[in-house]
Design a protein around this ligand. Structure first.
Ligand code: CA
Length: 222
């Protein structure tokens, strides 16, 4: 799951990014509204955390602009003021949720999880396919009785495949939703990670669950 943080307070921006990375999200961050619009136009985010008071273009204008462009990405607004008028303006502009500063990080994480549940085809907190089990919150993966340990990049890809199980996904879709701009891989990097995943998830088990769709990409199914 790939998130964008838009927050001009540098220390808060950095702390948010660090904590969300620890929660295993892929995270891009930027510091003003113009930059935010550039990021949002270039990448399909799974959710956006958007401060209202921002330099260049304010958060509500960013939100209005992206909604007018037809983008449905879930948006969590951050604001310094706990005023009803602000809340109403934010929700009217198309925000999905709202958090007043200072907030607890646990609450932010819970709200992000709720937003992601709304926006993904598979909304559950866990996933089962044959004897594969994935717990999205704790990142525990098992096949049958066997605990499978994955790197955060392997997990990110597996989560995206699982959240869209039964659908063919292109390499471009997989990398866009799994990794942030901090991570640059070659064009065959998805194939490399799929190979790692297959070794751990499929090699010693049946049925095989990760399938190649020639000329298109990959699908997770029985
Ligand atoms: Ca601000």
């Amino acid at each position: 799951m790939r998130l964008l943080i838009v927050e001009d307070e540098r220390s808060l921006n950095e702390v948010l990014k660090k904590r969300l990375l620890l929660a295993h999200y892929s995270v891009d961050s930027c510091f003003d509204g113009q930059e935010a619009l550039d990021y949002i136009r270039a990448t399909e985010y799974d959710a956006i955390i958007l401060d209202i008071m921002l330099p260049k273009v304010d958060g509500l204008s960013v939100l209005a602009r992206l909604r007018s462009e037809g983008k449905q990405v879930p948006v969590l607004l951050l604001t310094a003021k706990d005023s009803v008028a602000d809340k109403v303006r934010g929700l009217d502009a198309g925000a999905d949720d709202y958090l007043v500063k200072p907030f607890s990080f646990d609450e932010l994480l819970a709200r992000v999880r709720a937003l992601l549940r709304k926006s993904t085809p598979n909304k559950a907190n866990d996933f089962r396919l044959a004897d594969l089990k994935i717990d999205f919150a704790s990142h525990r993966v098992t096949r049958g009785e066997k605990e499978i340990s994955l790197s955060s990049r392997e997990f990110a890809i597996l989560e995206y495949l699982a959240r869209n199980a039964g659908q063919v996904l292109t390499r471009g879709q997989i990398s866009e939703h799994s990794w942030s701009y901090d991570y640059e891989g070659g064009s065959n990097i998805i194939d490399v990670y799929i190979r790692y995943l297959r070794k751990k998830i499929d090699e010693d088990f049946s049925p095989k669950l990760i399938h190649t769709v020639r000329g298109v990409g990959y699908i997770l199914k029985e």
